[in-house]
Design a protein around this ligand. Structure first.
Ligand code: 86X
Length: 464
């Protein structure tokens, strides 16, 4: 895989080279129509994605089986004039992404890469951002129509009960190589079409991380991605002698340089024109995973106090050579705890249902729903209609009544979830058909009541 960069502008002709699937997106394309006050002779599009810019080059660069596989990645910003409501990072008209585009001689090679990339994306979410995701395949309705099949990682934002697509990895088959004439001569001197994949991850990752971990005090950043992992703050009062002040000051600088040389991203906030309390709030809002406090009593005892941003847990740590290893361990445990916490939260908002009657009430509790489904496009469209605004209002009242009627803890938390998801409007759609499947009983019918046989458990939800 190599990095590359292709231009921002797409000519009308190039964009129309794949008219069929562009048609579905046409309303989102942004066009430059003027320079200064003069109209351009031909408007020029700003890339919404780069297939039509890159693939003509692929057609020229690929001649022989020796040119394959060709794998390019580019980091670009793209523009899509969406109609859905914009939300910072999660849905913006301009976003930064990496888009990978690869070409192979055979389908098995392409199939293998689709899953390798999807696994990398899952690891970005789980191992770096501490956000659990569900890997799976998109339904026919939700897949990228220009390709053969689409795989996805799906995340969940429990604050509002909405699911969100985290990243996508497509097998394009030979659809694009047909349109763009991307051909190669194989070992038997026969002309063949290449098999292609494309895959993308966007700055939406940042929004998902913020929404999943943030709290009322602001950001909560997982240690592995936090630009500052440790903020060192001194606690002194006017009563302290100048000598005490300066030795505390020296110690905090020492602590931060000791941590920095151990590879920990530490910062000593030595400003003395802000109070310690002000600085606590400041670094909390910025999501710094650990703050280290040091005051005169700590210094005398040869210790400092580490406070975890997420849980508020305090740990007394010895100053000296063991400090950086101790802080390192704390950072790792915070990272692990953030993921397991987010996973438990997500799992508590996931219902498995087999009957239509359970479906909308579960959604209205702000849950994702895993249900045996027939995988028919008409069935998905029908469910979308049945869960539209009007139907949702009716079911919401029923869910509230059910929660009120029952008095145990479960009902209380369900009622709280329902409360939190008020205003959770919009139709339900399939998020993915998870690779990891619960066992299905023989003869299981589709949960929708359409009467067809179920093919797989499918994840449904209201989504961004
Ligand atoms: C689909 C497909 C694919 C490379 C990815 O999902 C990953 C990275 N591209 C993108 N798609 C469009 O093709 C598209 C085209 C136009 Cl013209 C548009 F305005 C919006 C689009 N949105 C998505």
């Amino acid at each position: 895989m190599q990095n590359a960069y292709f231009p921002l502008f797409v000519s009308k002709g190039a964009l129309e080279a794949e008219k069929e699937h562009v048609e579905g997106f046409a309303a989102e394309v942004a066009w430059v129509t003027k320079s200064g006050q003069s109209d351009l002779i031909e408007p020029i599009a700003i890339r919404p994605t780069s297939e039509t810019i890159m693939y003509p080059a692929y057609a020229k660069w690929i001649r022989s089986h020796r040119d394959l596989p060709l794998k390019l990645n580019q980091w670009t910003n793209v523009v899509r004039w969406e109609f859905k409501h914009p939300t910072p990072f999660l849905r913006t008209r301009e976003f930064l992404w990496q888009e990978g585009h690869s070409a192979f001689a055979t389908r098995p090679e392409a199939d293998e890469e689709v899953l390798q990339i999807l696994d990398l994306y899952a690891r970005v979410y789980e191992e770096l951002l501490a956000v659990p995701v569900i890997k799976g395949r998109k339904s026919e309705k939700e897949k990228f129509a220009g390709g053969l099949y689409t795989t996805t990682v799906e995340a969940f934002i429990s604050a509002n009960g909405r699911a969100i697509q985290g990243a996508t990895s497509h097998c394009l088959g030979q659809n694009f190589s047909k349109m763009f004439h991307i051909e190669f001569v194989d070992e038997e001197s026969k002309k063949q079409l290449v098999w292609q994949n494309s895959w993308g991850l966007t700055t939406r990752t940042i929004g998902v991380c913020v929404m999943v971990h943030g709290d009322d005090k602001g950001l909560v950043l997982p240690p592995r991605v936090a630009p500052i992992q440790v903020a060192v703050i001194h606690i002194i009062s006017a009563k302290d002698s100048d000598e005490t002040k300066s030795s505390i000051f020296n110690t905090m600088v020492e602590i931060s340089s000791q941590l920095t040389s151990a590879g920990i991203r530490a910062k000593a906030d030595t400003r003395d024109n802000y109070s310690a309390g002000w600085k606590f709030a400041h670094w909390e809002q910025k999501g710094v995973p650990i703050r280290i406090e040091i005051g005169p009593k700590d210094l005398a005892a040869g210790q400092c106090v580490a406070v975890a941003r997420r849980s508020g847990a305090k740990t007394v740590l010895k100053l000296g050579p063991t400090l950086s290893a101790d802080v390192s361990r704390l950072l790792s445990s915070i990272q692990a705890e953030m993921l397991s916490n987010a996973r438990a939260d997500r799992d508590s908002r996931l219902s498995v249902v087999t009957e239509w009657a359970q479906f909308v009430p579960s959604l209205d509790l702000g849950h994702m729903v895993l249900a045996p489904w027939c995988e028919r496009v008409e069935c998905e469209e029908n469910i979308k209609k049945l869960t539209g605004p009007a139907a949702a209002a009716e079911a919401k009242a029923a869910a509230a009544a059910a929660a009120a009627a029952s008095a145990d803890d479960k009902a209380d938390s369900d009622a709280a979830a329902a409360e939190a998801s008020k205003g959770l409007t919009g139709a339900a759609k399939t998020l993915c058909i998870p690779f990891e499947q619960p066992e299905m009983v023989p003869g299981q019918l589709c949960f929708s009541g359409c009467g067809c046989a179920a093919r797989a458990f499918t994840l449904w939800g209201r989504s961004y």
